[in-house]
Design a binder for this molecule. Structure first.
Ligand code: RTP
Length: 155
């Protein structure tokens, strides 16, 4: 039971092209579902260059930016919205450190990846960014739409 006083947050989780290509979509969804978070939107989507650049605009000055944009647009991604109490920080913990070699075993990146540039999944880094990434440009471009229903720990 979720106490009514607790703030329900939302986060944007994206399985990156390497995760889709390697067949890790089910594994990633499964880890978030088993933790007790609620999937509220999902879409397989070929990200256009402009949207990838908007999504990663904070990293524009980094030397790896062009390679990052090529990577994210190299094949379909799975865009998802997840909600729950503490979901933003908890999903980041489940995902693990950006560099998969530094990510703890038991985390998605710690178990399933080896390269920072191929780290299989993205998760919003703050509740504000969660809202921005779900409700911003991505909403209009990808057509990612949230569905309201009751599930899992919310019952
Ligand atoms: P994300 O946004 O994908 O969840 O990743 P993050 O917060 O853990 O890491 P961030 O610093 O925001 O970097 C975003 C993504 O850029 C790629 N990257 N490549 N080659 C490099 O040195 C490098 N550094 C970052 C990664 O795909 C990282 O997830």
């Amino acid at each position: 039971l979720v106490a009514s006083m607790e703030q329900v947050d939302e986060t944007y989780i994206m399985v990156k092209p390497d995760g889709v290509q390697r067949g890790l979509v089910g594994e990633i969804i499964s880890r978030l579902e088993k933790k007790g978070f609620k999937l509220t939107a999902l879409k397989l989507f070929q990200c256009p260059k402009e949207l990838a650049e908007e999504h990663y605009k904070d990293l524009k000055a980094k030397p790896f930016f062009p390679g990052l944009i090529d990577y994210i647009t190299s094949g379909p991604v799975v865009c998802m919205a997840w909600e729950g109490v503490g979901v933003v920080a908890s999903a980041r913990k489940l995902i693990g450190s950006t560099d998969p070699l530094k990510a703890e075993p038991g985390t998605i990146r710690g178990d399933l990846a080896v390269q920072t540039g191929r780290n299989v999944v993205h998760g919003s880094d703050s509740p504000e960014n969660g809202k921005r990434e779900i409700g911003g440009t991505a909403y209009y471009v990808s057509g990612l739409k949230k569905v309201k229903y009751v599930s899992g720990h919310q019952l």
